[in-house]
Write a protein that binds this ligand. Structure first.
Ligand code: HEM
Length: 401
């Protein structure tokens, strides 16, 4: 195939339904591709995406990382955010938030996460068919982030409503008004929450963030608020769609399901493979700070470059038989959680949620179907997943716990 024969529009719903054949064509014939529709360069090979992630002084995050055409994305409208900061400020900010966002804090969430999942599954199991998004994959990360931040139980419902409104809308969508209202409500909520933590610190992430100081530096008020928003945006839909995509992928893989149900030790490796196989974050962008030449193409300062994690994760040069889901492979080199300085801060939390949800589901039943025909796909540039996903445990496979 020649480069001229490849056409890629990151926002085309047909491509979103199954982008993998297009990615393969890009990797093969046009590893540095100019997308008129996306108004950006597109990198699709694992080696190129990895190199770009390792070179933040050339591939900058400061002008935003969420690919959109024209208007900035919801996430870009806000406050200073770690994910949109370059070193050296990024290094200092990341050190400060890492001090609050510790493995110990994540580990304390584990029992609560398991209890939450069991409760969600109990509620869902009274129905024959459920919308997996509504019943399980969306509420789980939303409630976990609320708990992580220290949002009290009585505020959970409002918090969930606002965060869903905020996250599910794109600037061009008719729901933008609701999203802006939700953003304003969350802003006020977080601001008063932070003020309260300054006066009466507790053992929660917000208090730790307010107090965290590294080498005499603290986060500014705007950076603190920006971090709260970032946790919502970065930790919510991503985890939801890792789970939704996993339910779909595993629906067609009875052997994998049964193996995991029989031996939960397989789950950590399986979660890495599920992250690789159908990555919730298909791509994020960078902006060039200087000219560079890649595969014979000259790229100029100010050019936007889309890094296709979803394609890198199907690169046959790194993952043999890349289009096959194989829960026994070691998929550690996947880029689903990014790489380099911006590597996902919530990686261990995302892995914990995915492992716990799959284990709980598989311990109740080994077999299920999803109705992909009636499912509604998200129409979001970077995020691959579902708005609704009809899910049905296959009769006779429920287990008595
Ligand atoms: C399956 C779920 C998740 C996926 C696929 C995912 C993916 C990613 C990716 C690809 C990046 C790199 C961004 C870049 O290079 O520009 C990232 C960064 C980040 N993620 Fe996640 N994420 C997930 C869950 C979470 C969770 C649960 C949280 C927190 C509650 C979180 C918080 C963050 C933060 C704060 C960053 C920015 C780190 C930085 O800029 O230094 N993520 N994530």
């Amino acid at each position: 195939m020649s480069a001229a024969a490849v056409y890629y529009d990151p926002f085309d719903p047909v491509v979103m339904a199954d982008p993998y054949p297009t990615y393969q064509a890009l990797r093969k014939a046009a590893p540095v591709y100019w997308s008129d529709a996306g108004r950006c360069w597109v990198l699709s090979r694992h080696s190129d995406v990895t190199s770009a992630l390792h070179d933040p002084s050339t591939f900058s995050s400061a002008s935003g990382v969420f690919p959109t055409v024209g208007a900035p994305s919801m996430a870009d409208l806000f406050l200073p955010m770690l994910i949109m900061t370059d070193p050296p400020r990024h290094t200092a900010m990341r050190r400060i938030v890492s001090r609050a966002f510790t493995p110990r804090r994540i580990a304390t969430l584990e029992a609560g996460i398991q209890e939450l999942i069991e409760g969600l599954l109990d509620d869902a199991s009274s129905h024959e068919t459920w919308d997996a998004v509504e019943a399980l994959t969306a509420p789980l990360p939303a409630i976990v982030i609320a708990d992580l931040l220290g949002v009290p139980r009585e505020d959970r419902d409002s918090f969930r409503r606002w965060s869903t409104q905020l996250i599910q809308s794109q600037p061009q969508s008719p729901r933008i008004g609701g999203a802006l209202e939700a953003a304003a409500a969350l802003y006020d909520y977080f601001a008063s929450f932070l003020a309260e933590r300054r006066i009466r610190p507790r053992d929660d992430l917000m208090s730790a963030l307010v107090e965290a100081e590294v080498e005499g530096q603290r986060l500014s008020e705007d950076e603190l608020l920006g971090f709260c928003f970032l946790l919502l945006v970065a930790g919510h839909e991503t985890t939801t769609n890792l789970l939704s995509n996993s339910l779909v992928a595993l629906a067609g893989e009875p052997d994998a399901r049964h193996a995991m149900a029989d031996d939960p030790q397989l789950l950590p490796r399986a979660v890495e493979e599920l992250l690789r196989y159908d990555s919730p974050v298909q791509g994020l962008s960078r902006t060039l700070t200087r000219s560079t030449t890649m595969h014979g193409q000259d790229l100029e300062p100010g050019d936007v470059v889309l890094l296709l994690f979803g394609s890198a994760n199907r690169d046959e040069q790194v993952f043999p038989a890349a289009d096959r889901l194989d829960i026994h492979r070691s998929a550690e080199q996947h880029l689903a959680l990014g790489h380099g300085v911006h590597f996902c801060l919530g990686a261990s939390l995302a892995r914990l949620e995915a492992r716990s949800a799959l284990q709980a589901l598989l311990s109740r039943h080994r077999d299920w179907e999803v109705d992909e025909e009636s499912a509604v796909r998200l129409q979001s540039g970077p995020i691959r997943g579902f708005a609704t996903l009809p899910f049905r445990p296959i009769a006779g496979t429920w287990r008595v716990r």
